[in-house]
Design a protein around this ligand. Structure first.
Ligand code: HEM
Length: 414
């Protein structure tokens, strides 16, 4: 008789299909994804109490199907076994467009889409190029850097602070504070992680609340001023204003930082592809897309079934949660030839790294530009850069957001 892989044969308790906290999984989740997908593209994990979607088609279908969506409070209860809405961090997160459904989602997203129009974003390219140049002017003479701390974090924080209109003299707080991305994981945070997440929201929340007051008195030509004015006209509550400005700030840098970090690591682990990029700079746009596919900064997005729904021959019951493992979908051999190979010239490359459906990433185009300019700058100015710990770099202990803690690099200074 076949052994039941979902039950501990001794305790008879459900076994997790995988452990999202296991450092080996976090370091390289792809073999586990392949194994899960081979069992079934849609698997019930009894220990996690969620479905795992691992194929491209199933993830893509669920993300676009309006019978699935957000029930953030219920999702948290599924994870924590109690209501979490008395916690500042979760209460505010619940008010972001990311966690909302129409009509509130449509209203909140509609207020900021103009700032992310293709033309507005493309007009930021020159400023981003200048920022990359200035950062590298400071770093190149040093001969060494932590790519994450000194470059990959600083660039997107500066870009999103520009966009929001956070004054240059206030930015230290944002350059120095890390966002608590463990909040997005399906494994509960412990007490100290929860305290840290609440403290971060309270500190950054206090700063933003003060900035809103300043912008009321002294309006600027920036997104925060525009949103404060919408709020004053009754289009946004105070908490919605705070939550969504915070979301833009957080979503605007954490993921882009990991694109730069994961991307540079992947390039250096694949020296043939790195050389190809040096020889053919026209590949930069498709290289960014491929790096997003190959080691996605966001590994999954969660959805809840609003009604009993059949997907790929399996019924997902109303109220059940599905983790769409976009990191797995991006390595699905049914969608991508040789999915575990990095191919910077890959054609027809449509990874799910930015999600899909109504929550499709608002910053996708900005990310493309930041990614291109970052890689063009680093490869152009530091062609002989060497990475330390290329085999075993240290990863942040998160599942949803996948990125490095640090990535030390050196080169021969000029
Ligand atoms: C490598 C970079 C990025 C990645 C991989 C990424 C990924 C994602 C994903 C997967 C979602 C959808 C989540 C879901 O459906 O549950 C999302 C939503 C979002 N992203 Fe990004 N993102 C990136 C950069 C950015 C940037 C630069 C910004 C803003 C400046 C941004 C702003 C947002 C916002 C506001 C949402 C929520 C949209 C909504 O709910 O309608 N992202 N992002």
């Amino acid at each position: 008789m076949m052994e039941d892989i979902t039950v501990d044969m001794v305790s008879k308790r459900p076994l997790p299909l995988f452990n999202p906290r296991d450092p080996d999984f976090i370091r390289n989740p792809y073999p586990t994804y392949h194994w899960l997908r081979q069992q079934s593209p849609l698997l019930w994990d009894p220990a996690g109490n969620y479905w795992l979607a691992t194929s491209y088609d199933v993830c893509s279908e669920i993300l676009r199907d309006r019978r699935f969506g957000r029930r953030y409070g219920a999702l948290l209860e599924n994870i924590y076994r109690r209501s979490m809405m008395d916690q500042t961090a979760f209460r505010l997160m619940a008010m972001t467009m990311l966690m909302q459904e129409p009509p509130d989602h449509t209203r909140l997203r509609g207020l900021v889409t103009k700032a992310f129009s293709a033309r507005r974003v493309e007009s930021m390219r020159q400023r981003i190029r200048t920022l990359v140049g200035e950062l590298l002017d400071q770093l190149v003479p040093r001969g060494t850097m932590d790519v994450i701390r000194d470059f990959a974090h600083v660039l997107p924080v500066t870009v999103i602070c520009d966009l929001l209109g956070i004054p240059a003299e206030d930015r230290r707080l944002f350059h120095e504070t890390a966002i608590s991305t463990r909040m997005l994981d399906p494994v509960p945070m412990n007490e100290s992680e929860l305290r840290e997440a609440n403290a971060m929201f309270e500190e950054q929340g206090a700063y933003f609340t003060d900035l809103f007051e300043r912008r009321r008195r002294d309006p600027g030509d920036d997104l925060v001023t525009a949103l404060v004015q919408v709020g004053d006209e009754g289009g946004l509550t105070n908490d919605e204003l705070l939550a969504n400005v915070w979301l833009l700030f957080a979503a605007g840098h954490e993921t882009t930082r990991n694109l730069i970090g994961n991307g540079l690591l992947a390039l250096h682990r694949n020296p043939g592809q790195l050389a190809r990029l040096h020889l053919n700079p026209r590949l930069f746009p498709s290289a960014v897309t491929e790096l997003l596919r190959y080691d996605s900064p966001v590994q999954f997005v969660g959805r809840t079934a609003f009604e009993d729904t059949e997907i790929a021959g399996t019924t997902i019951a109303e109220g059940q949660v599905v983790l769409c493992l976009v990191g797995a979908a991006n390595r699905d051999p049914a969608k991508f030839d040789e999915p575990d190979s990095l191919d910077l010239g890959r054609s027809n490359n449509r990874p799910l790294s930015f999600g899909g459906g109504i929550h499709f990433c608002l910053g996708a185009q900005l990310t493309q530009i930041e990614g291109q300019e970052a890689f063009i700058g680093i490869l152009g100015r530091l062609p002989g850069m060497r990475l330390q710990d290329i085999e075993e770099p240290s990863w942040q202990p998160n599942f949803a957001i996948h990125g490095l803690k640090a990535l030390m690099a050196s080169w021969d200074p000029p």
